[in-house]
Write a new protein. Structure first.
Length: 302
């Protein structure tokens, strides 16, 4: 079986390894972004080394629905095309060029959270259970029949990095099981129940600005949701803009009187900030500006 893989992130690399090592499969080509377009994905991975190791053709492409790319795809003549970690929808012309045998991957328990930024949204929504999904791409957005799905719990202190890691492990496991089934025509397609569908909107780096008037739990959740491999939660102090990567709840706030966003305490490597509910967070890891002076105010972008 000949496979074409389209994508540009860690999940694409996981799929690449699975296809390259699957008996009866040949990774014919890998289509990915040019290096200069890496900023399109905060979790971009250069797939050139993996493609080279698998003796697969590497195609650098910015528009997966362009006529030139579709002609290249026809020449490759894949039995299945895997679109994993690609920010563009697969248009009808591309799907037709590969006989409508296109498999997608989604970091959510479809039909819940169709759309974008599903790992941050999972944490922001305080989801208790989520899942990884392989599905057949159709005319809709993440709406095609499910081919494989893994469910797992979301920990109370889950971070974007830890949740991302869970999804990558699930993807690797699902690919190993699905590839043999696809090869012999035994894969089972389960239609999604549209009554259960929800949609997640796109998030931008600016959505990570911290509103210190929110409750401490909400601020901590934002920090966990948009941390690595994403751009992080941001604020501005008198020393300049900073990105906050890790926080923890601070005990004993009843002994401090301050406004939301005001620095209550600091030491050589951390500092404490009052939030809108009267609770406070200790900032454990940050980058950018240095530790803000005591009693100064942190704020969002002006």
């Amino acid at each position: 079986m000949r496979a074409l893989l389209i994508g540009a992130v860690e999940g694409t690399r996981v799929a690449l390894d699975a296809i390259a090592n699957a008996p009866g499969w040949t990774l014919a080509a890998v289509a990915s972004l040019p290096i200069e377009r890496a900023s399109r994905h905060s979790d971009f991975v250069d797939l050139a080394p993996g493609a080279d190791a698998a003796s697969a053709q590497l195609i650098r492409v910015t528009d997966g629905n362009s006529a030139d790319f579709i002609e290249q795809v026809r020449a490759i003549a894949p039995d299945f095309t895997f679109v994993i970690g690609w920010s563009q929808l697969c248009g009808p012309a591309l799907r037709q060029a590969v006989n409508d045998r296109v498999v997608g991957y989604h970091t959510a328990a479809l039909p819940r959270l169709r759309g974008r930024a599903t790992i941050p949204w999972t944490i922001l929504l305080d989801e208790k259970i989520t899942g990884s999904t392989l599905f057949r791409i159709d005319d809709g957005v993440d709406s095609g029949p499910i081919l494989s799905q893994r469910f797992f719990h979301v920990a109370p202190d889950e971070t974007a990095a830890s949740l991302y890691s869970k999804h990558m492990a699930a993807l690797g496991s699902m690919m190993k099981e699905l590839l043999p089934a696809l090869a012999v025509g035994a894969a089972v397609e389960t239609p999604q129940d549209d009554r259960l569908a929800t949609w997640a909107a796109r998030r931008r780096p600016s959505d990570g600005w911290i509103d210190w008037t929110r409750a401490a739990a909400d601020v901590d959740r934002l920090v966990r949701a948009v941390g690595r491999p994403y751009p992080g939660a941001t604020t501005v102090s008198s020393t300049g803009p900073m990105t906050i990567w890790r926080t923890e709840r601070f005990a004993g706030t009843d002994r401090y009187h301050a406004l939301p966003g005001q620095v209550l305490d600091r030491d050589e490597s951390t500092f404490v900030v009052r939030c809108g509910d009267g609770e406070a967070l200790r900032v454990l890891e940050f980058s950018g500006a240095g530790i803000p002076p005591l009693h100064t105010h942190l704020r969002a972008a002006s």
